[in-house]
Design a protein around this ligand. Sequence first.
Ligand code: ZN
Ligand code: FE
Length: 256
Amino acid sequence: MARVEIELVPLLQDNYAYLLLEPETGSSAVVDPGEAEPVLEALERRARRLDWILITHHHGDHVGGIGELKRRTGCKVVGPRSEFSRINGLDLTVAEGESVALGHAVAQVIETPGHTSGHIAYYFPENPALFAGDTLFALGCGRLFEDTPEAMWDSLSKLAALPPDTRVYCGHEYTLANARFALAIDPDNAKLVARARRIEELRERGEPTIPTTIGEELETNPFVRANSAAIRGQLGLREEPAAAVFAEVRRRKDNA
Ligand code: ZN
Ligand code: FE
């Protein structure tokens, strides 16, 4: 198995698409192209064709570039089976436990319902790298539009169990606002305080805060840490199920 080379492609207001280049065969893919033009420019700069689009969920800011990219490059599109009827242009659908080959690189599909009911993430174990869409953000998680806190908690728990050195590539640059909220929920977390400072510096220079790692999120993300003594103590929820603590963190963020 091969690793993929990964390039961030900023687009729309605060979305990231990701260009994946497999060096052994020259295969390429783009994750969640919310619009086509920045992706076409990145391909041109790299002098690469486009073989695949990988889609995490049906929202317009993740699928908006599909039509034009298919017309201009002839690429094929993979996405979540249970959102088949909600995404135009899918050629192949995938579900939990299945994989997608990109040349000699392989992505495992992880179902992560919560933000949408059919949301999936793509995990490349050789890198290791995770394309988390709008499920797990740096210091945050997606809003619960189509599923329960229990479902989202299970999804986040699956992702949190990946190797700590897994690089996490998420759908949005929301990290600065997430850091401010995280500090309000988990103020005594020294690693979070230090990370928030680094994030402020990066954003002042206009640089991305992505990728993060699973290990960093385990230490500093208040949604992933909902079951920790620190967060439980801050919220006064010592006995409740972990999903209920998570639901309370999510509710506070929604109202922040
Ligand atoms: Zn979304
Ligand atoms: Fe999004």
